[in-house]
Design a protein around this ligand. Structure first.
Ligand code: C2E
Ligand code: CA
Ligand code: CA
Ligand code: CA
Length: 275
């Protein structure tokens, strides 16, 4: 670091400068990516652990960049959030995912990730209602996944938004459960139907008796409160058996399927149901 001014140190180093340049580049290219048709939604099945059948698909966005190749959402969603592009992007995601779900059998649900900025934007609930109306999707088949980062700022709009959508039948799940600080507080305060136990509890290095006890306690609470408990990141048959024994009702992970493009999601459904 070199002295940039009185009492001020410039912390920029070459790696950070490169990172900044990359973000700038992603920002400017993301603006055109939707129009250029470079974005796609992939779908990962969420399995009913009691029956082994597909209960829902989670929509996960992908960006196939003509030069950079496939970019993961962790690379561009934060940029979209910082620049406000997430509003346009999020509307596209909800609409595209809802259209796909509307073509599936009626008991198959849809999970869509929602960024905090998306739901604080003025008219956010209107955009979602419009997507539901235009695609004809039954609101009861839609579940929004939010993380507790949504609640760091106490925000009246958040409550209004969630209650408005909950009133028309849309459900909410608390994603990445267990990675934050006060998840129990949020479960108590907001209308969540589902808890998604973070992958780190299932397949992290620290899994064992302790994490099993935690999952069991969460599942027990879920059962008492009438909530579904999804175990994320299931990669092995042992993990599936473990979370099932611990009382999780739903499971998701590479063991069942990786996220796949829409036509393969449809094929998974056809194979399962002999359609
Ligand atoms: P998330 O919502 O927690 O999504 C789960 C992530 O875990 C996905 O990564 C998924 O591909 C991955 N995963 C699923 N099963 C397994 C497994 O068995 N093992 C391992 N190692 N990983 C598994 P992905 O698609 O790269 O998404 C990363 C994050 O980006 C998501 O985490 C979510 O926070 C965000 N994201 C993805 N799509 C969207 C979107 O459409 N909108 C918003 N706002 N955020 C999104
Ligand atoms: Ca999620
Ligand atoms: Ca998650
Ligand atoms: Ca996550």
């Amino acid at each position: 670091a070199k002295l940039a001014g009185r009492n001020q140190i410039a912390f920029f180093n070459p790696a950070m400068t490169r990172e900044l340049a990359r973000r700038k580049e992603i920002e400017s290219e993301l603006r055109g990516a939707i129009q250029r048709d470079e974005l796609a939604l992939y779908f990962q099945p969420i399995i009913d652990l009691a029956t082994g059948r597909i209960r829902a698909f989670e929509a996960l966005v992908r960006w196939f960049h003509p030069e950079k190749g496939e970019l993961t959402p962790d690379e561009f969603i934060p940029v979209a959030e910082d620049t406000g592009l997430i509003i346009t992007l999020g509307n596209w995601i909800t609409r595209t995912a809802a259209r796909a779900c509307a073509s599936w059998p009626g008991d198959v649900h849809l999970a869509v990730n929602l960024s905090p900025a998306q739901l604080r934007a003025p008219g956010a609930a209107l955009g979602i209602s419009a997507a539901l109306r235009d695609t004809g999707l039954d609101p009861a088949r839609l579940e929004f996944e939010v993380t507790e980062s949504l609640f760091v700022e106490e925000c009246h709009e958040t409550t209004v938004f969630m209650e408005h959508l909950a009133a028309i039948g849309v459900r909410f799940s608390l994603d990445d459960f267990g990675t934050g600080y006060s998840s129990l507080h949020y479960i108590n305060k907001y209308p969540f139907s589902t808890i998604k136990v973070d992958r780190s509890f299932v397949s992290g290095p620290a899994t064992g008796l302790r994490t099993e006890a935690i999952i069991r306690a969460v599942a027990e609470m879920g059962a008492t409160l009438g909530m579904e408990i999804v175990a994320e990141g299931l990669e092995t048959a042992d993990q599936v058996a473990g979370v099932r024994a611990a009382g999780c009702t739903l499971g998701q992970g590479y063991y069942f399927s990786r996220p796949v493009p829409e036509h393969l999601a449809l094929r998974l459904l056809e194979e399962e149901r002999g359609l």
